[in-house]
Design a protein around this ligand. Structure first.
Ligand SMILES: [Zn+2]
Length: 684
């Protein structure tokens, strides 16, 4: 489903909130936007539960007291050290937005930010307009006379709040990474995953969903909302059955299926792709790349068999669902009650300013980012991280060199790939030019539409140009990092380069266990089960000998089996195949960071601090970054849909495979977490 991208990225995942924040209070510049610090050397020992032995449960040992004393704020679905930094970014960005909204700047981007923030905060106007902003989009849906009209209207999803059952994306071509291509996928679901339609344990959530569809259709005066909602959910159930499981969508070989648009029409009859692509501004494209290709003919059949009225109801519902945060209170409350409360277990709606911050951040994120780094990021921090990245690179080079299972031939190619990594730190050197984007303080819905259309037009316009290697896929104020295989690049936004990940005043062992493990994680993505299929220039191309590939797969399967055995909730096991890449990256990242820490000692023994050895502090620092508490419903959703393992298992799933952890904490074969040396997985 093509939903407005800026908004999904910002709101659905984020849910960024702060305990006891009062609606009326502007951020306190001293407390709310100050960098957090942990203990006296970068680690907070008061979070430990020393009644638990490290070999029984290392997560509980390192984090148990923190876990026991922490309450998830009522307007959040989880809370932990990652979220603390999310809150920090949110408060800093709020300050930027409120000053922009007060008209204190002549910077055109600040004026754009200020207008959008004022538009979101003008709740009185939004409530007065109620459903009126949807008028033109709803009229277009109501006016559809044919399936061709539906396909045309679905193409419009790229430009605003509407949705389509096929997603469109413009990205580097995996086999020719200096050129752009159009990727299409079959994604038409309104619930978090196909499992919600197909597995009996989600029956209640599916029933809640149908009630929600009924409610929104009723709210816009759609005819016979209950029957229409039943038809919509039934239609999506068929799409869910046709859709690929997420784990299959992770395989770069299976998901690269170029076809001509003519060929697609023959391969997947029933949907007018030509009309759809033309409507999305891609009428001149001759070829597209299908992701889950075998789902397309099924989607075509399901679309063809569906009554026109069902398709129109589907479009109307998804339009309202996407737009609800920008509409009046009854829409906001309805969406919160289902998506946040029923699906994720969140007790309270976020205060309006937090939703406003997320909205503007999603709409003009790089404009916000430019102001953010000017205030909160220094060149010195960038230089220090540069050094760390180089140390990690050397360590990973040595690990590849010493991998006992790999042939010299494949090793040389892996090392060549490593030498070609691009490293981006802090913020982009070239910012998005927003000069053609108009944001109005009295047109919230229009702002959301224009921001979506701006981004799509920007991407369509450059489609025939060489791939812009300077672009970023995250904003600087985002607390995260990524590896992009088609550019062979690792990227670390400014906001993650803070405690507990990185603190220039902290003990090096803690920094290596924090940001070191993160850097190692992103590097290892270049050599995980997906990343290993791309070469140093970002091309999807097999550079492995068959024997080495087989040995890699065998070790990955053993790691997958370890994770599949974990059962975070009764009856809900981690999906070892879905989380494979992240687990490989967690393990490789931890091993590489530990080596880099040891190398940084230059042969001298690490100092003992507060009775803790260097290796102990390294592992405790690592466990500290994963301090997190999460609501059950949200955790369940992530087990199904998130390629990362739950935080606790990112700690205990990795350290049990690391020999040095056994030594550091004197782990015995009788300890529950013990894994015999010949059963430990390493890969990198
Ligand atoms: Zn990752």
């Amino acid at each position: 489903m093509t939903a407005p991208r800026f908004w999904l990225a910002a709101l659905a995942a984020g849910v960024v909130l702060f305990p006891q924040a009062k609606l009326l209070a502007a951020p306190d510049t001293a407390a709310d936007v100050a960098t957090p610090h942990y203990g006296t050397w970068g680690y907070d020992p008061t979070g430990e539960d020393t009644k638990v032995s490290p070999g029984a449960d290392f997560f509980d040992y390192a984090n148990g007291a923190w876990y026991a004393r922490t309450q998830i704020p009522a307007d959040r679905v989880r809370f932990g050290n990652f979220d603390r930094l999310n809150v920090l970014s949110e408060n800093r960005v709020r300050l930027i937005m409120e000053q922009a909204a007060a008209g204190q700047s002549t910077d055109p981007d600040a004026q754009r930010i200020g207008a959008a923030y004022r538009a979101f905060m003008d709740e009185a106007l939004v409530n007065k307009l109620d459903a009126a902003p949807l008028g033109p989009d709803l009229a277009a849906i109501r006016a559809e006379q044919s399936k061709e009209d539906v396909a045309r209207q679905m193409g419009q999803a790229a430009y605003g709040m509407q949705s389509a059952i096929f997603s469109l994306g413009i990205d580097a071509d995996a086999k020719d990474p200096n050129r752009y291509t159009v990727y299409m996928d079959a994604r038409g679901l309104g619930l978090p995953d196909r499992d919600y339609y197909l597995k009996p344990d989600f029956a209640q959530k599916k029933a809640d969903y149908q009630a929600y569809v009924t409610k929104l259709l009723g709210a816009i005066g759609w005819a016979d909302p209950a029957a229409s909602a039943a038809a919509v959910v039934d239609f999506e159930g068929k799409l869910a059955d046709a859709e690929w499981p997420r784990a299959d969508r992770r395989n770069p070989d299976k998901t690269y299926n170029p076809t001509t648009v003519e060929g697609l029409a023959t391969y997947a009859p029933g949907f007018d792709f030509r009309t759809f692509l033309s409507s999305a501004g891609l009428g001149s494209r001759q070829t597209v790349v299908l992701v889950s290709n075998t789902a397309f003919p099924k989607y075509g059949q399901i679309f063809q068999a569906a009554p026109l009225e069902t398709l129109k109801a589907w479009q109307a519902f998804h339009l309202v669902d996407n737009a609800a945060p920008m509409l009046s209170d009854r829409f906001v409350q309805a969406r919160f009650a289902f998506r946040n409360h029923d699906l994720a277990g969140q007790p309270e709606l976020q205060p309006r300013w937090k939703r406003g911050v997320a909205f503007v951040d999603g709409a003009v994120g790089e404009a916000v980012g430019r102001l953010y780094v000017a205030r909160y990021f220094t060149p010195e921090a960038k230089a220090k991280i540069d050094d760390l990245v180089n140390n990690l690179k050397l360590a990973l080079h040595d690990r590849i060199e010493h991998a006992t299972w790999m042939s010299p031939e494949t090793k040389a190619k892996a090392e060549l790939k490593l030498s070609k990594f691009t490293v981006k730190i802090g913020y982009p050197v070239k910012w998005i030019d927003y000069s053609t984007l108009v944001m109005k303080p009295d047109d919230l819905y229009g702002d959301a539409v224009r921001a979506t259309a701006f981004e799509w037009n920007r991407e369509v316009k450059r489609i025939d140009e060489p791939v812009d290697k300077l672009e970023w896929g995250m904003t600087p104020q985002t607390v995260n990092a990524y590896y992009n295989p088609s550019a062979n690049e690792i990227v670390f936004p400014a906001a993650i380069l803070q405690p507990p990940f990185f603190d220039p005043d902290a003990d090096p062992a803690v920094n290596y266990g924090g940001i070191g493990a993160v850097i190692g994680h992103e590097m290892t993505h270049g050599f995980d089960d997906q990343g290993r299929k791309y070469d140093g220039d970002g091309r999807l191309d097999n550079w492995w000998t068959d024997e080495d590939a087989k040995l890699f797969e065998a070790q990955a399967a053993r790691l997958g089996a370890q994770y599949s055995a974990f059962e975070p909730q009764p009856g809900a096991h981690i999906k070892g195949d879905l989380t494979m890449g992240e687990n490989i990256a967690d393990l490789g990242g931890l091993l590489t960071a530990l080596d880099a820490y040891h190398a940084s000692l230059h042969g001298k023994p690490a100092p003992v601090i507060d009775g803790l050895t260097g290796d102990q502090r390294f592992f405790l620092g690592y466990a500290q970054i994963w301090r997190e508490k999460i609501r059950d419903d949200y955790a369940r959703q992530l087990i199904v849909a998130d390629p990362h393992s739950p935080s606790k298992y990112r700690v205990i799933g990795t350290v049990r495979n690391v020999d040095a952890w056994y030594v550091a904490f004197a782990i015995k074969p009788t300890d529950p977490m013990y894994v015999a040396p010949d059963q430990r997985v390493r890969i990198w």
